[in-house]
Design a protein around this ligand. Structure first.
Ligand code: FE2
Length: 410
């Protein structure tokens, strides 16, 4: 197949791309069509590597309002509601909701999803169902599973054993939630446990870390130090870290030293945390996001995740990665032209690094996985919420969208 006239990652001049046997064969200007070759002439559209959702909770998608709506908007009411909904989970329930959500995300050009799956459940119903789906859907979407102890490791009955079982059942990544544990000591212990478990089984680590407005919630320093000392370093990710938005600068300045040395990744979930954080504030009301701009300047890898689609923590959403990018740039005040233009990296190459993906990106010899947006560059794509016209994985078409047509009558 020959794809003609695309602007590759905001390039000013268009190129052509030849795909053969599911791989990128040639990327050059004015490639001549071979006899019988399929040609897709895009007339100047933006080509990007596929979108990645580096932080999603697939097990709870599309359950908003079940059994009740979260009226306080807090993380803690969300956990309360989920612990009730969780009791009614069945494999069919999980699979049908996740199948819908994955297709919603596929329509928006997402080909990789790191999902946290709650393993504080004696039956591990959701985990087992999503492990099966990971296999069933592998040709369409790459699902990476985090064993996520929503109700704690130390503070939940058999928490440690459930984490071990989740790894044995096939989880790819070890999670933790230190700020939700009963005590600070339990929090530190849970981080140490997660690091040791990952070392033992050669797994990645992704910790829900300091997702609270408490400026004294400082588990990030433990996560970074243990990542550094254990040698796991960039195999470790700290998700949310919203308390960083409340730390005093003297402490944050000191913290950045070990964050840099540890080389850990960060995932920020802008629209969920803008919604959830600051709920106990009157005014001034905190924005509740981690220090994205400063972390990037510190050399740490940062990506944006979607986190929730219509669940106990967030009542809206379609899974389109343009949503967190749009919200995140506003809330983090990253609105310079170049920052906007390059912000696609927060949901592509930076996220690929967090997921430790191999052979990701548009270059000769890599799998021909890419998306085409109805725009000429990412500034225009984000401004207009451009649809993903085509999403190809390994040279196969996964999804296509016809742009809507509007007629103005004046
Ligand atoms: Fe999360």
């Amino acid at each position: 197949m020959l794809i003609k006239n695309v602007f590759l990652e905001n390039a000013k001049e268009a190129v052509d791309v030849r795909v053969k046997d599911g791989k990128f064969e040639t990327i050059a200007k004015n490639i001549t069509k071979k006899a019988g070759e399929n040609v897709l002439d895009l007339g100047g559209k933006l080509m990007l590597p596929p979108f990645i959702d580096s932080h999603m909770h697939l097990d709870s998608v599309l359950t908003a309002g079940e059994p009740v709506w979260n009226l306080s908007g807090t993380l803690f009411e969300g956990i309360e509601i989920w612990s009730k909904r969780k009791q009614t989970l069945t494999a069919d329930d999980v699979k049908s909701r996740v199948n819908r959500a994955v297709r919603m995300q596929a329509a928006h050009g997402i080909q990789h999803i790191r999902t946290h799956v709650d393993v504080t459940d004696e039956k591990l119903t959701a985990l087992k169902a999503i492990v099966e789906l990971r296999e069933e859907l592998k040709n369409f979407v790459n699902i990476q599973i985090v064993a996520f102890p929503q109700e704690g490791i130390m503070s939940y009955k058999n928490g440690r054993a459930l984490m071990e079982r989740a790894i044995a059942e096939g989880a790819d990544v070890v999670g933790a939630i230190p700020h939700f544990e009963y005590t600070r000591e339990y929090g530190v212990e849970s981080v140490n446990f997660a690091i040791e478990l990952a070392l033992k089984h050669n797994k990645l680590v992704d910790i829900h870390c300091d997702e609270i407005d408490d400026d004294a919630s400082r588990f990030l320093e433990t996560v970074a130090t243990r990542a550094y000392e254990s040698g796991l370093k960039s195999k470790v990710t700290a998700s949310h870290t919203t308390a960083m938005g409340s730390y005093n600068n003297a402490y944050a300045y000191k913290l950045f030293r070990i964050l840099g040395k540890s080389d850990i990744n960060f995932v920020s979930n802008p629209h969920i945390n803008t919604h959830i954080q600051g709920r106990t504030d009157t005014y001034p009301k905190r924005r509740g996001l981690t220090r994205v701009k400063e972390l990037l300047a510190n050399g740490n890898n940062v990506s944006f995740g979607y986190d929730c689609i219509q669940d106990p923590w967030y009542p809206l959403g379609t899974g389109n990665m343009l949503d967190p990018v749009h919200m995140g740039l506003h809330v983090c005040q990253m609105m310079g032209y170049e920052e906007i233009l390059n912000s696609y990296k927060l949901v592509t190459t930076n996220a690929a690094k967090t997921l430790s993906l191999k052979n990701y990106g548009i270059k000769k010899g890599n799998p021909a996985s890419f998306i085409i947006l109805d725009a000429t560059n990412f500034h225009e794509a984000l401004s207009t919420r451009a649809p993903v016209l085509y999403s190809y994985k390994n040279g196969n078409l996964l999804a296509s969208t016809q742009p809507a047509k509007t007629q103005i009558t004046f």
